[in-house]
Design a protein around this ligand. Sequence first.
Ligand code: DUC
Ligand code: ZN
Ligand code: ZN
Length: 475
Amino acid sequence: MPEFDLAIRGGTVVTASDTVRADIGVCGGRIVAVAEGIADAARVIDASGLLVLPGGIDSHVHIAQDPGPGIVMADDFASATRAAAAGGNTCVMPFAVQPRGGSLRQAVDAYRAKAEGQCHVDVAIHMIISDPSEAVLGQELPALVADGYTSFKVFMTYDDLVLNDRQLLDVFHVARRQGARVMVHAEGYDAIRYLSDRLERAGETKPYGHALSRPEVVEREAAHRAISHAELIDLPIVIVHVSGREATEQIAWAQARGLKIRAETCPQYLTLTAEHMKGLGLDDPMAGAKYVCSPPPRDQESQEAVWSGIRRGIFDVVSSDHSPFRYDDPQGKLNPRGKTSFRWIPNGIPGVETRLPVFFSEGVSKGRISLNQFAALTATNHAKLYGLYPRKGSIAPGFDADLTLWDPNRRETIRQETLHHGSDYTPWEGFDVTGWPVMTIAGGQVIAEDGKVLSAPGRGRVLDRAVDPAERRDV
Ligand code: DUC
Ligand code: ZN
Ligand code: ZN
């Protein structure tokens, strides 16, 4: 009997802290050895010339959510996790959404049932709290956190999700007591509505109006408010999908004051701009809708400010905020109301499959960040923030054998026709990258190789997590 199920030989192993030439031995889906000269294995993968990184963890994806009447999300669990695997990911974290007036527990149970048996990669479920009733705050939320759903997102905008300040404070309070991790969508609801009304009255209804209705000040104000609420309760929140200079400055300011504010950004804020929503150079006047997401991408100055924040350690994670809709579809971006005003264009872009190559190319290949920073920002810190560490997020004995092999020199052009997601477009069509995830290994199994997904749906598990007891505090 060979000693290992799998050996990955001759690669350069990269973690958040080290870069070493080493072989990896895998048994029973876990890493059992990182050493030189591992040979005795049932299967040997030759990784010479390649980098071996922790499998990507995308801690912010929207899959199979119900966006409301007449709109359908483009990915179910099977297609989103298939795309994730092809793009070098081994774990994704989507959201179970509590409907207003409905039970959080029922929403989580139903969402989990949808995921079970469908996933190519492991999944850990966050919650979205839209209605923090007494029952939710007093019973459902504490019980769900104890059951392994240890993180949730709250929104400061959107008609069907927005929480007012008192509600934010109430959920922050429960999170502090339970040790749960809170993600905050920071954009101010009333300011967006005021601006949207004015734009519509002025006839500015095209997709670019979306960017005009959500300027940076709207995000900056909400980020500052969320930070202030978190300070009141001494809660370490994550401000998600930070889009530009102004919100980055608020977070840097809070961190410099010693507040435990964590931050996430996404490739769209590093590579796209609001100009894309004008659809310039595209023959279809609605094509800007392909880029409508919230917060909107900004300008080059803001991109540089976010890169600088990444280099200075202000950001912990780079996620995709994958939120896929089809473009040429009456149930997608071009729904009948969406054609009348930017206000009705479903928010979100597909990105789970392109996050890693775009960020590797723009970050590592262009010399903006190190390989170790890349590993931290795309895997290790996600696992640490959301209770998956030390099971996931690094390469060492005891960790799940979730690994991505990268060819750092391979050049590719991103094309919709080669992607696996359910959308009919990618915002990065024609984008040239250097560096490519050539093989994804999850639990010691090769699940994707050279753009082909080899696993069956159901291979990935739905994971439960536990809170760090040190994060629980009576307030
Ligand atoms: N904005 C969100 O808040 N979520 C999904 C996508 C988006 O654009
Ligand atoms: Zn959001
Ligand atoms: Zn989101």
